[in-house]
Design a protein around this ligand. Structure first.
Ligand SMILES: [Zn+2]
Length: 159
């Protein structure tokens, strides 16, 4: 090969160029195929938006008036979200129809932060940050799985 290169350097350059081009072409095709195989959800960059928490303080309690709406947008059971909030806020809380009553005075910002924490841990994919996740089981363990990218993580117990 060494002799050949010395004798015909242009051939070697031509060979290199050709293989390089072929590689680029193959790689391009691969990317095309990978892109086409992606679900539509992943291609469109829709952002997840939580509804604003509609809360008011009444005496020693705080009421979240749109709790059903929040639970629906998170696609999680109201009871699971409430258990999380109650522990995090160190206050008893109950569901009353579409509302939640928490036995503590809480600023709206605190509630929004806590519900944001819930969304990050239990709803938004830890890999791709999309909200298309489901509670499911893997070998007897409860997990949260992303239907957009396939990532999953263990469901953290609320302590
Ligand atoms: Zn994901």
């Amino acid at each position: 090969m060494g002799v050949l290169i010395e004798k015909y350097p242009f051939l070697w350059v031509k060979y290199l160029l050709k293989s390089r081009l072929k590689l680029d072409y193959e790689y391009g095709k691969l990317l095309d195929r990978a892109w086409k195989a992606l679900p539509e959800d992943l291609k469109s960059h829709k952002r997840f938006e939580l509804p604003k928490v509609d809360s008011l303080i009444e005496g020693k309690t705080t009421i979240i008036r749109n709790f059903t709406e929040i639970a629906n947008s998170l696609d999680r059971s109201p009871q699971h979200i409430l258990t999380f909030l109650s522990k995090e806020l160190a206050a008893p809380a109950i569901i009353e129809g579409n509302r939640v009553v928490i036995q503590r005075n809480l600023k709206n910002k605190v509630l929004e932060d806590k519900i944001g924490d819930y969304a990050r841990e239990y709803v938004l994919c830890h890999e791709c940050e999309r909200p298309d996740t489901q509670l499911t089981e893997l070998e007897g363990e409860k997990i949260i799985k992303c239907t957009a990218c396939g990532a999953w993580w263990p469901l953290r117990r609320i302590k």
